[in-house]
Unconditional design. Structure first.
Length: 92
């Protein structure tokens, strides 16, 4: 029957999925840190130390890590479309 759960778990992850997930997590951490570091400007309190602003930079780092994951996924799909993951490009 096709409706039964397979005994062996199927790995549906594609190349680059891990980078996209990690990049998303870094982006969210950086976004929260950015909101926290900007809050004292509106609340009229003392600004946070430089370390807090450094953590805010994770937003950009996360974006680039996720973009690298997307590019890796695109490259894997192109290789697969050309005729296999291990096939080398043919000379024209």
């Amino acid at each position: 029957m096709h409706s039964e759960t397979p005994a062996v778990p199927v790995d549906d992850s594609a190349p680059g999925d891990g980078l996209v997930k990690a990049g998303g997590i870094l982006f969210v951490i950086g976004a929260v840190a950015t909101l926290v570091t900007v809050a004292p400007l509106f609340l009229g309190t003392d600004p946070f130390p430089t370390v807090a602003y450094t953590v805010s930079m994770l937003m950009g780092v996360g974006f680039f890590v996720a973009a690298a994951g997307v590019m890796r996924s695109i490259a894997a799909q192109r290789r697969q479309a050309r005729g296999g993951a291990g096939a080398s490009p043919q000379a024209r």
